[in-house]
Write a protein that binds this ligand. Sequence first.
Ligand code: CA2
Length: 150
Amino acid sequence: MRFVVIHGPNLNLLGSREPDTYGTMTLDDINASLAQWAEENGSTIDTFQSNMEGELVTFIQTAGAAADGIVINPAAYTHTSIAIRDALLAVGTPSVEVHLSNTDAREEFRHHSVISDIVVGRILGLGAIGYRLALTGLQQHLQPGTLTSE
Ligand code: CA2
């Protein structure tokens, strides 16, 4: 299967600041771990990070539309971006939302996600492993019964 993993604004700073909130792995570390997951699971993964809303929308419209599944951490755009919501709706590719931190345990303005009702599922607060969990869940959603433990 073909997956895309999309990282929103400021996630390029991972590993350099706020380790108590976002962990110590860099974005390159996370993407390398996802490439390894893809190899282990016979899939391909394209990763993309941007600090610009329009670039994220364009990536969803192009690579996201051609993929079997999308894993997305829209970062701060989670709480505001109708453009990202509309792009996900337009392409219709099954998507999972990931957050490194538990947004429900943080400031009130982080409690609402504008995509929470249109994604297959959400993973919050588990750090970087959340991306691998999201991919596993998405793969299972797309091809039920493929988990080796079943
Ligand atoms: O917990 C998450 O994954 C968030 O999506 C991260 C966003 C935040 O706005 C969301 O509410 C929750 C912020 C990403 C900022 O990333 C940084 C990484 C390192 C240092 C500073 C910021």
